[in-house]
Write a protein that binds this ligand. Structure first.
Ligand code: GDP
Ligand code: MG
Length: 441
């Protein structure tokens, strides 16, 4: 899968101290193959790779991230960009009902989407109405009526037996009915054919002209692969649309359509359908889709957190102190707080090479404990914080009372501090560990 291939491309970067041009080329080549394999359109792949290479080559040596993390971050950012960046919301009409037309090939999922969108709009406090303007297939109207009933949404349909009706007229009548009955969103379901078809395009374009929609949603099956591009282009020229809905993302879609369509048409992906049930539907979030493609959710969270927490100056100061052995309890508290901010430490440690021993310690890292440690350290005099060696038995008793803890808690903290200092000094000598705040990298 695309996920596997990207992961293996990144794997080769682990443990690299710096990225050479050859490293970047190699990883770019693998990403290229992975994208083409996932049916992403060739021009889109080309642009994507060019952007990744440019950014990787220009990337500063990061204090917060190691090279593999840096490349993953760049690839993720570029994926988000190519998927449209920000989430695009429906543009509702200022007055009168908002009109949304659904267009796309037969089987793309338009009728199902009408129900999903209706249900979702209801949850947003809207009062939607579905209009059955697909009069092509014998059962199309009934299908929409069933879906509408499931969603608890009103359906406007031509009189039964009047099957040879005119879809443009039905759409117009539906809009009128919605105005009369005070529905605030009208969703027009249209006919599709199995392939691109001039007559069908014209029909959708005519409906568009007749009801002057606020949104035209091009509905596309995410599993159609390379065909996505030609289909999207044909609908762009034939009907034009304001947004895209990807359906069947639950299938083993290779993700290629999602990446291509937005980029080729310049139209945002607005919703995603992920199953046959009416609730298998959500607003499309480019960042979440990128995360799904990369399948590195944990890694991305860690990268973001590491960057957020990281403060170069502070880290350098702490590093100098470590090297000089003048790391104090005050610094220790700072480190603990930074670690707590980074969330699950053991996960982070698992991603760093050679951190097995420390991982075990961090698996027992209780974030609530930071508060207790803080209380204890704050009950110490500045002199005690600077020179923990002076903390004798009577001082321990005083500190425990002052912090509302037990003497054994104070003992434990002091012991842990000396352990940590020793460990950090060893690490400092051993060249440090990448990606950790407060560590020489
Ligand atoms: P239309 O011809 O564009 O109106 O497509 P339909 O709404 O009739 O859907 C065609 C088929 O795809 C139906 O069997 C739907 O149940 C199915 N379908 C629609 N959306 C999804 C989806 O997101 N996931 C899956 N697995 N099936 C879907
Ligand atoms: Mg249909």
């Amino acid at each position: 899968t695309l996920q596997d291939r990207l992961q293996s491309a990144f794997k080769n970067l682990r443990g690299k101290g710096r990225l050479s041009e050859a490293d970047i080329d190699a990883v770019a080549r693998e990403i290229r193959v992975a994208l083409l394999d996932a049916d992403v359109a060739v021009p889109v792949v080309r642009e994507f790779i060019a952007n990744v290479k440019l950014r990787a080559a220009g990337a500063e040596v990061s204090q917060a991230l190691n090279p593999a993390q840096q490349v993953i971050k760049i690839v993720n950012d570029e994926l988000v960009t190519i998927l449209g960046g920000e989430t695009r919301r429906i543009r509702y009409a200022k007055t009168g009902p908002t009109v949304i037309i659904l267009a796309g090939l037969q089987g793309a999922g338009k009728t199902t989407l009408a129900g999903k969108l209706g249900l979702w709009l209801k949850s947003q406090g809207k009062s939607p109405m579905l209009v059955a303007a697909d009069l092509q297939r014998p059962n199309a109207v009934t299908q929409l009526q069933v879906v509408g009933q499931q969603a608890g949404v009103t359906v406007f349909a031509p009189e039964p037996g009047n099957g040879k009706g005119n879809p443009v007229k039905v759409a117009k009548a539906g809009l009128k009915e919605a105005q009369r009955t005070l529905h605030d969103v009208v969703i027009v379901d249209t006919a599709g054919r199995l392939g691109i078809d001039a007559e069908l395009m014209q029909q959708a374009a005519d409906i568009r002209k007749a009801v002057d929609p606020d949104e035209v949603l091009f509905v596309i099956d995410a599993m159609i692969g390379q065909d996505a591009v030609t289909t999207a282009q044909a609908f762009l020229e034939g009907v034009d649309f304001t947004g895209v809905v990807l359906t069947k993302l639950d299938g083993d879609a290779r993700g290629g359509a999602a990446l291509s369509v937005r980029s080729i048409t310049g139209r945002p992906i607005m919703f995603a359908s992920t199953g046959e049930k009416l609730t298998d539907f959500d607003v499309f979030h480019p960042d979440r889709m990128a995360g799904r493609i990369l399948d590195m959710g944990d890694m991305m969270t860690l990268i973001e957190q590491a960057e957020k927490v990281f403060d170069e100056e502070e880290a350098n100061k702490a590093a100098e102190k470590l090297m000089g052995g003048s790391f104090t309890l005050q610094d220790f508290l700072g480190q603990m707080e930074a670690m707590a901010k980074m969330g699950s430490m053991s996960k982070l440690m698992g991603m760093l090479p050679g951190m097995g021993a420390m991982k075990e310690q961090l698996d027992n890292f209780d974030e609530r404990e930071v508060d207790r440690i803080k209380a204890i350290i704050l009950s110490m005099t500045p002199a005690e914080r600077d020179n923990p060696k002076m903390i004798d038995g009577s001082r321990r008793a005083r500190i425990s009372k002052g912090s509302g803890t037990q003497v054994k808690d104070v003992n434990q903290l002091v012991d842990r501090f000396f352990d940590a200092r020793k460990m950090m000094q060893q690490m400092a000598k051993g060249g440090g560990m990448p990606g950790m705040p407060g560590m020489p990298g």
